[in-house]
Design a binder for this molecule. Structure first.
Ligand SMILES: NC(=O)c1ccc[n+]([C@@H]2O[C@H](COP(=O)([O-])OP(=O)(O)OC[C@H]3O[C@@H](n4cnc5c(N)ncnc54)[C@H](O)[C@@H]3O)[C@@H](O)[C@H]2O)c1
Length: 256
């Protein structure tokens, strides 16, 4: 890629869910823009696969469960040890849970989804912020599911809304240090995570899950990971220097 302006030159970025589709796409773009990146994920094999495609001198990986406080401290320490500072946190790890009527919703699934998205983003910011340079940026991956409700999607939609509350509190606390905090809200993306959602929802509702989503997207298609990565780069870089506390929809109009 021909990059004339390196928007994250010399910046250190932590990407959670870094072995997944959106995390990998964002990490690649961050690296194209001169960043150094620590990829964090609980899937060690996927981390190794993703890292093999990236420049080893500016990439580190760490296997960690983002819902675990000790493992969060460990990945923050790993970033500091390898790169000496932190400028950008992209808190992006996610799981989906199941689709079920409220009376049948499994408690352990609810807890696990809340743990990854809400506790995970809370712990990531809690342990990163003390080491983050003033003027840094935090981006949390919420979803179009963070601004609308759908029957049966109890854990995921509740978690994605909760991330917005966390982001708004952080934006106010960290503004004096010029650390900007925003959520990004992807619509359905053409990847494995979304396909699994569509299969689950399709079965629960007795419909074709992919058609169900396409009917709700004014632009009439799923997004690509690279389209989300470009918006994450915008929020992570000085291109968005006067933007904090906002919810950036990148959803083909689905939330309109
Ligand atoms: N794919 C979509 O259509 C879509 C739309 C809106 C929002 N999102 C959100 O985007 C984010 C990234 O999703 P994706 O599409 O790249 O899916 P993905 O499954 O490819 O990536 C998610 C990654 O998170 C990791 N992860 C899950 N739980 C973890 C934990 N406890 N600790 C550490 N890592 C963990 C997984 O191993 C995986 O690598 C998620 O937060 C998801 O909710 C996705």
């Amino acid at each position: 890629m021909d990059i004339r302006v390196r928007k994250l030159n010399g910046k250190t970025c932590i990407v959670t869910g870094g072995a997944g589709n959106l995390g990998h796409a964002a990490a690649r773009l961050f690296l194209d823009h001169g960043a150094r990146v620590l990829l964090v994920d609980r899937d060690a094999d996927a981390l190794a696969r993703v890292a093999s495609d990236l420049p080893p001198d500016r990439v580190a990986t760490m296997r960690a469960d983002v819902a675990d406080a000790g493992q969060t401290r460990a990945y923050v320490d790993a970033a500091l040890k390898r790169f000496g500072k932190i400028d950008v946190l992209f808190s992006n790890a996610g799981n989906f849970g199941v689709v079920a009527p409220i009376a049948d919703y499994p408690d352990e699934t609810f807890d696990s989804v809340m743990a990854v998205h809400v506790r995970g983003a809370y712990l990531a910011t809690k342990h990163t912020v003390p080491h983050m340079n003033d003027g840094g940026a935090i981006v949390i991956t919420s979803s179009v599911a963070g601004v609308r409700g759908d029957a049966g999607v109890y854990a995921y939609i509740t978690a994605k809304h909760a991330q917005v509350g966390l982001m708004r509190c952080l934006a106010k606390e960290l503004a004096p240090r010029r650390i900007r905090v925003n959520t990004i809200h992807p619509g359905p993306i053409d990847n494995g995570f979304q396909l699994a959602v569509e299969q689950g929802l399709g079965t629960a509702l007795g419909v074709d899950g992919t058609a169900f989503f396409n009917d709700m997207i004014p632009l009439g298609r799923h997004g690509a990971a690279e389209e989300i990565a470009r918006s994450v780069l915008y929020l992570a870089s000085d291109d968005s220097s006067f933007t904090t506390g906002t919810t950036l929809m990148v959803d083909g109009g689905m939330s309109v």
